[in-house]
Write a protein that binds this ligand. Structure first.
Ligand code: NAD
Length: 490
């Protein structure tokens, strides 16, 4: 049997062994195989990486913006050439199907493509005459060292929400990947090196809480991008801002979908299945609650049940598999507890995922509950598993009223053909990312990933122009230019 490798940290252009004696296993959730051990690096190791990132910062921030962008152009090309390998790593460490992993890689690449626009995105403004002989000009500069803390569910896309734009705008970066899915980043480093990224610009410190708290306390780290659950995001936001850093924390969700009588039922069923059970429901944009208008309720439920029963569950690397495992045994257990609780609280079980568990990996089948009420745990909590709640509604207003009671407000979808319903939904729903006649309205990299309420803490979101703002600070020059003296002219 081959020895299980312990992952290293990547600091100042070198892979270095962590000095920590503690590590945890990284599993393939579809097979329970231990693929590697991830060290629980210490705060001192994080501090050292941040200091070296600070040292690298002087040269990198003075590297011409088009030259920085050119490195990212090369990186984009290498990512395209390595799409399949990147996707296979994601499927092995996360469990999602290969098709979904390829989709994730594509979304990550789009962030790199957006960041190659840094030369125009970083441009400032100017006004030639703000008073007699006086002009004003605004320049953008990097903030310094940026820390990134990422979740397990998108090992490629979420880091790519952060570091491409951060480094394109002249910052250096220290990433703490999820300890559950830390493998993909090794490949990213290989491709960044091959793109010509100088040493110290991108660094990786593996670990868990200690590294996160180290990032939040470190004197060199000026900005922190976090994506993960609400309780951790709240901690990161409070502690980071307490230490006078700028922080963006993208957190949990409980996304609602409203399906009206005039919707195309077959299309809505297809989209809802993709949105609720794709990635085993482990998506911050997953459809967790579906509210369906009375007129089509029975037809929708019957079709949804039949189609969901046909879902193929298994190892995401195998052909035709749609539903992979959840990330760990603990998540499977928690999901089972939620199903038990849903039954106890009086929701009606339409499809029971417990009947389709498999011990080959952390598998649990898709679950659908009907007659869910807003005072049930099932409706309130982010379950982050293939569990869907259905509520019958009288009309659109009723659907919006239900959705707006949630503490979360990441995404929300509407299925309808009516322009006035679409407008009402857009104007009245509490959510930052809306989908009309589609299931997962994750915005492209050019737009901000803009959760509301407890789905986000901060003011500037990831991606889009918000991302550029978050990773830069401004300098405004007000200059007086006296009239040239032409008196001595010939
Ligand atoms: P998590 O909060 O458990 O972990 C996220 C990161 O925080 C990891 O790197 C982890 O090591 C660290 N961490 C965990 N507990 C910590 C603690 N007590 N102190 C300090 N650091 C800690 O999240 P997860 O389970 O990896 O990911 C799932 C969550 O992420 C879900 O809630 C999901 O909605 C959310 N998410 C949100 C978005 C978004 O854009 N809003 C996108 C993806 C995922």
């Amino acid at each position: 049997m081959s020895e299980i490798k312990t992952l290293k940290n990547y600091v100042n252009g070198e892979w270095v062994e962590s000095k920590s004696t503690e590590s945890i296993n990284v599993y393939n959730p579809a097979t329970k195989e231990v693929m590697a051990k991830v060290p629980l690096s210490t705060k001192e190791e994080l501090d050292q990486a941040a200091e070296l990132a600070q040292d690298a910062s002087d040269e990198w921030k003075n590297t011409a913006v088009p030259k920085r962008a050119r490195i990212l152009f090369k990186f984009q090309q290498l990512l395209m050439e390595n799409k399949q390998e990147l996707a296979e790593i994601i499927t092995k460490e996360n469990g999602k199907s290969l098709t979904e992993s390829l989709g994730e890689v594509q979304r990550g690449i789009e962030n790199v493509e957006f960041a190659t626009g840094a030369p125009s995105l970083m441009m400032g403004d100017s006004l030639s005459s703000i008073a007699t002989d006086i002009e004003g000009t605004n320049y953008r500069y990097p903030v310094g060292v940026v820390g990134g803390i990422t979740p397990f569910n998108f090992p490629m896309m979420v880091p790519c929400w952060m570091f491409p734009m951060a480094i394109a705008t002249g910052n250096t970066f220290v990433l703490k990947p999820s300890e559950k899915t830390p493998l993909l980043v090794e490949k990213l480093v290989e491709l960044l090196e091959a793109s010509g990224l100088p040493k110290g610009v991108f660094n990786v410190v593996n670990g868990a809480h200690d590294v996160v708290n180290g990032i939040l306390e470190n004197e060199h780290i000026k900005a922190v991008s976090f994506v993960g659950s609400k309780p951790v995001g709240e901690h990161v936001y409070k502690k980071g801002t307490d230490n006078l850093k700028r922080v963006q924390a993208l957190t949990g969700a409980k996304n609602h979908t409203v399906i009206l009588d005039d919707a195309n039922v077959d299309q809505a069923v297809k989209e809802v299945i993709g949105a609720a059970f794709g990635s085993a429901g482990e998506r911050c944009m997953a459809a967790a609650v579906i509210t369906v208008e009375e007129g089509i309720y029975d037809e929708f439920i019957q079709k949804l049940k039949t189609e969901t029963e046909n879902i193929k569950m298994g190892n995401g690397l195998d052909d035709g598999v749609f539903l992979g495992p959840v990330i760990r045994e603990q998540n499977k257990e928690t999901t089972i507890q939620y199903i038990e609780k849903g039954e106890k609280e009086g929701a009606k079980l339409l499809l029971d995922g417990r009947e389709k568990t498999s011990d080959d990996g952390y598998f649990i089948g898709p679950t659908i509950f009907e007659d869910v009420q807003t005072d049930m745990t099932l409706w309130q909590d982010e379950i982050f598993a293939p569990v869907l709640s259905i509520i019958k509604i009288k009309d659109l207003k009723d659907g919006v009223r239900v959705a707006n009671q949630s503490e979360f407000a990441n995404g929300a979808c509407l299925f309808s053909d009516s322009a006035s319903s679409i407008r009402y939904f857009r104007e009245n729903i509490d959510a930052g990312m809306l989908g009309i006649n589609l299931g997962v309205p994750a915005p492209m990299a050019i737009f901000p990933f803009s959760g509301w309420k407890n789905s986000f803490f901060g003011s500037l979101h990831a991606n889009g122009k918000d991302g550029v703002e978050f990773y830069t600070r401004k300098k405004v020059v007000t200059a007086r230019h006296l009239e040239p003296d032409f008196s001595g002219e010939a």
